[in-house]
Design a protein around this ligand. Sequence first.
Ligand SMILES: *Cc1c(COP(=O)(O)O)cnc(C)c1O
Length: 422
Amino acid sequence: MEKKPFATREKLEEIAKEYPTPFHLYDEKGIRENARALKEAFSWNPGFKEYFAVKATPNPFILKILQDMGCGTDCSSETELMLSKACGFTGHDIMFSSNDTPPEEFKMADELGAIINLDDFTHIACVEKVLDTFPETMSCRFNPGGLFRISNDIMDNPGDSKYGMTEEQLTEAFRILKDKGVKHFGIHAFLASNTVTNEYYPLLAKILFELAVRVKNAAGVHIAFINLSGGIGIPYRPDQEPNDIRVIGDGVRKVYEEVLVPAGMGDVAIFTELGRFMLGPYGALVTRAIHEKHTYKEYIGVDACAVNLMRPAMYGAYHHITVMGKENAPCDHKYDVTGSLCENNDKFAVDRMLPEIQMGDLLFIHDTGAHGFSMGYNYNGKLRSAELLLQEDGSVRMIRRAETPKDYFATFDFCGLLKDVE
Ligand SMILES: *Cc1c(COP(=O)(O)O)cnc(C)c1O
């Protein structure tokens, strides 16, 4: 599949006149259409709800769009809870799926009325210490151990992951929580990340639905929801076949009817905590070529760097690049596209075949809408860029300003040094 930018070169140049590159640009129309498709795909389940994983794109304007589309938020830290609260998410619209949780954060989540999803058995005692009473609804995170396979492919290694409880622990946790007054229970698991196959969710659903039936019988509890969490991926590479959310929703429905309905559990709600799938394709990092360098390789230096998008440097992740205005030109030049950090892994692309790039060309780095800006950092004293929203009517709205040196030095505000930095 050809990857097409969601904005034209003319539009990007117009935006760049007001907001200098680099910047992250989000496509409101794409975000809304995709959220609608997800909702549609699970409309067979009356209790269905998507809790957007805030860490993927922690911007209040984005959260407001998703709220308007019927989504809640999935949080795992104090500031993510604060952000949700500020956006008007309350009560069961917030899922608190944290791990290694500071006890005060359980308290904060409880005060907001959020659903607390316990990562570990020992957290029951921790919650008991900080809360006066247990909430009526609680969830526990499951880890089946071993390797997680789809057909013969190893998708991930849950046995090596820090998250979740064993089945024995989860069953015992439900018994104890029930004694302490919890009435409605949820089960959560996240077994593989960025899956580009329609089989992941149905397979995970089967594991969790069968577990739910066993746990319901063993602990005598009401299972109110199953949380399939995140993990539905996106095709970062142009040759990857995208997931079909309708096929995925239908696959989960089949397993639901096979496992839960016959067990008298046809009232169980399905929850998701998608991040990447909700936002990934609907954001891009827009940057300009500012240097070319010809040594042992051909380099194009751009005005963005790994602090704006860490995935290529951190995971060697592929992000497709379109040279704006040259969409139909032959990709007959091999480049490393680099940022300016004093780190040799600061490369958005290595040995990438692209059209010939001239200084001043705009590069559209695709699929940065999730885990893009949010993984940013300040190494080398580099500053975070602005985030902009391309609205449905074609106008552009700034939804986060770019950092200034003053922001970078703000944590020295306890002393007089650097106070005059502008
Ligand atoms: C990161 C995370 C998600 C979202 O993952 P994606 O890969 O972005 O879909 C959901 N739930 C939890 C608990 C997470 O840690």
